[in-house]
Design a protein around this ligand. Structure first.
Ligand SMILES: Nc1ncnc2c1ncn2[C@@H]1O[C@H](COP(=O)(O)OP(=O)(O)O)[C@@H](O)[C@H]1O
Ligand SMILES: [Mg+2]
Length: 225
């Protein structure tokens, strides 16, 4: 189906307090294929978060390009990058950031409002994605009444509800036990297989990687075989 994202010689340097420079990414060339689950793996400090943040237009490289659907997104204005993140991408993080005063349904519906999904479509979409993540029976529970794995599934429902081109998930399983984490990755795989979603996730956990369609391994900011 082709690549939705291509990187060209991405480098990201960080200046730290004492004036020295950390090279968090060194000449990273990768492709994210449409309709696949791609895992970026590596030990803590290997550059996973730096890379996924640049792919998702949350950060810019020091050198190199990110082509998203054919456009170089590193040179776009902040406003355009903001629009890109809001309408074409979505994010799932390690610690689930749901609104505690809203139930699961309202959390997902709120996400649809932010992405300007028309009012008349929202209810059906919320119910559809709640079914996709297996939470249709718990839709009206608040986050505090759900397990960590269920909360992460609500966050995933929110992330997929507006049908983004790519879902980025930075260590979405890190705060879950292994079995629950595996369920989350299997849910990603199912969304990819059944709905053609494109998902990029990072993990330091080797037990997750068999499920991926494609794995890139980072070591000290470099992609290794
Ligand atoms: N904002 C920052 N300022 C300085 N150094 C950073 C910053 N972000 C990341 N780094 C450094 O870049 C390297 C890669 O970090 P990161 O991408 O967070 O790795 P990972 O997500 O794989 O744990 C690490 O050495 C980290 O200390
Ligand atoms: Mg990280």
């Amino acid at each position: 189906m082709g690549a939705i994202i291509t990187t060209e010689s991405l480098c990201r340097d960080f200046k730290i307090g004492d004036g020295s420079i950390v090279s968090a990414l060194k000449n990273v060339n990768i492709e994210i294929e449409k309709g696949k689950l791609t895992i970026l793996r590596g030990r803590s400090g290997s550059g996973k978060t730096t890379l996924i943040n640049i792919l998702g237009a949350l950060d810019k490289p020091t050198k190199g390009k990110v082509l998203f659907d054919g456009r170089d997104i590193t040179t776009l204005s902040e406003r355009k990058r903001d629009e890109l993140r809001r309408y074409e991408m979505s994010f799932v993080f390690q610690s689930v950031a749901l609104m505690s005063g809203m139930n699961a349904y309202e959390n997902v519906e709120f996400g649809l409002r932010l992405s300007k999904t028309p009012y008349g479509e929202r209810d059906k979409r919320v119910r559809d994605v709640m079914r996709s993540v297996g939470l249709e029976k718990r839709m009206f529970h608040r986050p505090s009444e759900m397990s960590g794995g269920e909360q992460q599934r609500v966050a995933i429902a929110r992330a997929i509800a507006h049908d983004p081109k790519v879902v980025f998930a930075d260590e979405p399983t890190a705060e879950l036990d292994t079995a629950t984490g595996l369920k989350v990755v299997k849910l990603f795989k199912q969304l990819v297989a059944e709905q053609g979603m494109t998902i990029v996730m990072t993990t330091h956990d080797p037990s997750m990687i068999d499920i991926a369609d494609k794995v890139y391994t980072l070591e000290d900011g470099e992609i290794v075989e």
